[in-house]
Design a protein around this ligand. Sequence first.
Ligand code: UDP
Length: 335
Amino acid sequence: MNDMKGKRVVVLGGAGFLGSHLCERLLRDGAAEVISLDNLITGDERNLADVAAVGRLLVVRHDITEPMRVDGPVDCVFNLASPASPIDYAQLPIETLRVGSLGTENGLRLAREKGAVFVQASTSEIYGDPLVHPQREDYWGHVNPIGPRSVYDEAKRYGEAITAAYARTYGVRTRLARIFNTYGPKMRLEDGRVVPAFVGQALRGEDFTVFGDGTQTRSFCYARDLIDGLVRLALSDVTEPVNLGNPREMTILEFAEAVRKAHGGGGRIVFMPLPKDDPKQRRPDITRARTLLGWEPKVSLEEGLVETLAYFRKVVSPRAAPHPQPGKTSVGASP
Ligand code: UDP
């Protein structure tokens, strides 16, 4: 595949945050048809409302842990189906394990049957609480196999294993993207992740809920950049895992400050207990993506936050703000 023009593409998890951005991008790139399969457990078909008007998008409600049939040829299958925020996967532990294992294999079966490229959305979580910093793809990780995050981490590790096995055993053309923290419009305001949490809090004039002492680090990539990396990976012939993320690393306290600046004001910091097994540091080494895909992020955190705030402004009403509740991560209206 040289480009997405005229291609028929299946996006598993197409109604989710990244899935819906990907559908939009594929349609913009001239895909003949994009088929989104999603059971809406954490996705929302409203994320696809803008692009549905374009036509060429088929939105199907389907749980990919159940067998799936797609008629006609398929050039590429992207698997972005999974709860992805620590709060979501803690509340949906079995669903997360099943979609990462059975769901991923069903996606691989489809790709095998159709002779399609299979792109697996893996994650920096496969590195766990990393002992090597920054994280390179040859690091095998440091994961607690029975901790609260294990349902996601181990499902994604299994997802990589079965993807590699389908490539070796059946010759499926597979791609593995290890996605680091990504943010932007269409995240769920209440998904508990730090970006929608702080942005929602800034817009409602509430305090920022910093977990632990806020010295843990993350590196935030804007959704548009991430999707560009994913499409480049799909179009490449790179079968080994590739980190996709923004190497600019900051502490959570620095991130709160960045949100405050972008919003032009914001609340104080309130410290709350650090969740168990919360990784202390995270930053991608993106040498492989730079070298093999010619990819690197272009959107600065400052620009990305402006666009993200503009999106969330439409879904947050400051007057409807509930009082902050101790012990709650974030509260607010659904988009
Ligand atoms: N975090 C925080 N306050 C919040 C939500 C998250 O301080 O309201 C912290 C969390 O403990 C973690 C970091 O922000 O250290 C990123 O959390 P997130 O849930 O976004 O994703 P993770 O990278 O942990 O999967």
